[in-house]
Structure formats: structure tokens, C-alpha cells
Design a binder for this molecule. Structure first.
Ligand code: AQP
Length: 343
């Protein structure tokens, strides 16, 4: 039996990377039978590791909850809440800060990418972010964590922290954490640069398809998406498992990205898409991909906008979710404090 936890930052511009890499999978998992509880968290404490406009943060928190529900997460089956309302996350993070080693954090590639040359100027929160993420997961003794591929390293760290806690205190308290990274697009790349992850904070609107984009914008962005001068590749570009060969990913990243997005949106294999489009030029694929996204993504955005018109419903979901999460996490925190000798 598993407990599921995952989070999304309310930093605006939710895009198809967040959806295809994570949120769509949250919805899929709902169908599984061996789940005790699922927690889907709007991780606002993570968001403030870089400065956020307070009014916008509040709005983006509601919008992220709206994205969960509009995508198909059922709030009567899963617990939807925002992190800052449940104080155990921050409290356990402190305890885990005392378990985690500085050397482990120094290896985190996301920190290196986000801090860049500004390493001395970014917040301590940005550096300690993966420890808070470990706390989010371990607050509920979660076993399965559905995320996009970019979070793999943070999950390995969470597992190391849990193991060290168990070892240091001679207990078997925290269960093993397993990442759930699946679907046709576990790392959606920018539409402007196939070597860069699609990201909320990219300055170029044309780098991503936002969940709230209208049909005409989706089509325009897909039409403008960067491609290469070749035609659509043939089946020789796939390996025995039906995945793109590494040299194809390396040489034709934008083409690979568009096909991956198509596969994930339509729940099709790479073989299916390639068989249909091989040898054709990109405009054929782009028109069909735009149709597919308009069909599958635009209704989610429409529903999100509708929900945002009356925020009282979203507020009530977050409040009720936080009450359950607070109770569940406090029970675990009490036991953790007993183990450490803090009670
Ligand atoms: N491009 C992506 N492809 C697949 N999955 C992705 N995720 C994010 N980007 C992609 C997954 O979405 C979930 C929520 O991500 P997040 O909002 O918590 O943080 P992030 O990874 O930092 O997202 P962004 O869009 O890249 O934001 P910025 O620009 O602020 O850094 C996670 O499961 C993540 O893996």
C-alpha cells in the first residue's frame, strides 16, 4: 500500500511541461487501487525561495489548485492544500537540515543552474530547497512521488536523508521513497531551444504552451516552434525499446521534443507518431500537434479560468485539505520528535 505526495510551485505560467510531466500523472495514479492517501500540494514555501509579488503569489496559489482540479484530480479522493498552512513541513525541514550534509546539497544541479554566477546573492532557502522537499514527502511517510525527470536528483537526496535519519537513530521509521517518472514527456523542452527545459520563468512566452493559453495562441506558438531543416525522421531513429536513440536526441532535439509532446498528449507511442509523419515536413506535424493540444489542453485552461472567477470554492478546498494534512503530518512529527528526544 502506498502514500503519494507531489507538489507544484505557485510561480505562475503553468505549462504543458508541468502538466505532461507531473499533473497528468497525478490524475492517472488516482485510478490505482493500492493507494492509502494522495497529497497534492501547492508548494508556496518553495516559491518564496525567490522573491514573489505577494498579490500574485496568492492568485497563483489558487490558480495552481484550479489546475489540479481542472486536470482531473478529484478533491474528494485526493488531498489538495497549500504548504504554508501546514506548519509541520517547515518544522520537519529544520530537523532534516540537521541530518542532511552540506556536501550532498553542493551536488544539486538545479541549485547550480538557478543560482548560476549569483551563488553568493541567492537566498539560503534556494540552497536548502531540496531539504524542504524531503520534508514535504516525509511529513506523510510517502512512498511514491510522481514528478518530472528534473526532480530525480532531489528525490535521491530525500531518500538519502530518510536513510540517514533511520540509521542515526537506529529506527526503521521512514519508508523507502520511490520516484514515479512516467509518460511520453518526462522532460518537456523549450519550444525555442530543444536543449533547455520548458520553464515557467523563461522570458520568452514562445518557449512554452501555458495551460491557460487560448486555441489561437497555442496554434501560433506551435507554428513558430523551432525545428531543423530535415523532414520528420523514420523508424530507424528509435531503439529496441521504442525510445529515441541518443544521437537523434543530440542532433535533432527540437524534432524529438515535438514528437514527445505529441506522444504524451495523445497517449501514443513514438512509433505511432513517426509512422504517421515520417518523411513529411514539420508543418504537417505541427498542425496536427496544435489540434491535439487545443483539444486536450485548452479545455483545462478554460475550466481553470472559470474556477478563478469564484475563488471561494478553491479557498474551501485548500482549507479542508490543509486540515487533513495538518492532522496527518502532526501525528508523524510527534513520533519523529519522540525518536529524537524532543518531546
Ligand atoms: N519541462 C518540464 N517537463 C516535465 N516536467 C516538468 N516539471 C517542471 N517542468 C517540467 C515538473 O512539474 C512539476 C512541478 O514543477 P515545479 O513548479 O515545482 O517546479 P520547476 O520544476 O522548477 O518548474 P519550472 O516550470 O521549471 O519553473 P521555474 O521556471 O520556476 O524553475 C515537477 O514534478 C516537475 O518535475
Amino acid at each position: 500500500m502506498d502514500r503519494i505526495f507531489s507538489g507544484v510551485q505557485p510561480t505562475g505560467n503553468l505549462h504543458i511541461g508541468n502538466y505532461l510531466g507531473a499533473i497528468k500523472n497525478f490524475v492517472e495514479i488516482q485510478k490505482r487501487k493500492n493507494i492509502i492517501k494522495s497529497y497534492y500540494c501547492v508548494v508556496d514555501l518553495h516559491a518564496i525561495t525567490v522573491w514573489q509579488n505577494p498579490k500574485k503569489l496568492k492568485n497563483d496559489t489558487l490558480e495552481t489548485a484550479a489546475a489540479f482540479i481542472a486536470s482531473g484530480i478529484n478533491p474528494t479522493k485526493s488531498i489538495i492544500f497549500n504548504q504554508s498552512r501546514v506548519s509541520s513541513h517547515a518544522e520537519l525541514a529544520w530537523i532534516l537540515n540537521c541530518i542532511c550534509r552540506i556536501g550532498w546539497l553542493n551536488r544539486m544541479t538545479q541549485f547550480k543552474e538557478k543560482a548560476g554566477k549569483n551563488r553568493e546573492q541567492v537566498s539560503v532557502g534556494l540552497y536548502a530547497y531540496p531539504v524542504l522537499m524531503a520534508s514535504d514527502i516525509l511529513s506523510y511517510k510517502s512512498t511514491l512521488v510522481p514528478v518530472g525527470d528534473d526532480q530525480k536528483q532531489h528525490l535521491e537526496l530525500a531518500r538519502d536523508i530518510a536513510n540517514k535519519f533511520n540509521y542515526d537513530y537506529g529506527v526503521n521509521f521512514f519508508p523507502e521513497i520511490k520516484p514515479l517518472i512516467f509518460g511520453g514527456a518526462t522532460r518537456v523542452m523549450s519550444l525555442r531551444d530543444g536543449n533547455k527545459k520548458m520553464s515557467k520563468s523563461d522570458d520568452s512566452e514562445y518557449s512554452r504552451i501555458n495551460l491557460v493559453d487560448e486555441a489561437d495562441i497555442i496554434r501560433k506558438k506551435i507554428r513558430k516552434a523551432k525545428t531543423d531543416s530535415g523532414s520528420i525522421m523514420d523508424l530507424k531513429s528509435l531503439d529496441d525499446k521504442g525510445e529515441f536513440k541518443s544521437e537523434v536526441i543530440c542532433n535533432r532535439p527540437e524534432a524529438v521534443n515535438l514528437i514527445n509532446i505529441f506522444c504524451a498528449t495523445e497517449n501514443k507511442t513514438k512509433r505511432d507518431i513517426i509512422e504517421k509523419f515520417m518523411g513529411k515536413n514539420f508543418s504537417n506535424l505541427k498542425e496536427s500537434l496544435a489540434d491535439s493540444l487545443i483539444n486536450k489542453i485548452a479545455p483545462i485552461g478554460k475550466e481553470m479560468k472559470k474556477m478563478m472567477q469564484d475563488s471561494s470554492y478553491l479557498e474551501s478546498i485548500l482549507k479542508e485539505g490543509a486540515e487533513i494534512a495538518d492532522e496527518d503530518s502532526k501525528k508523524n512529527l510527534f513520533e519523529i520528535k519522540n525518536i529524537i528526544g524532543l518531546n
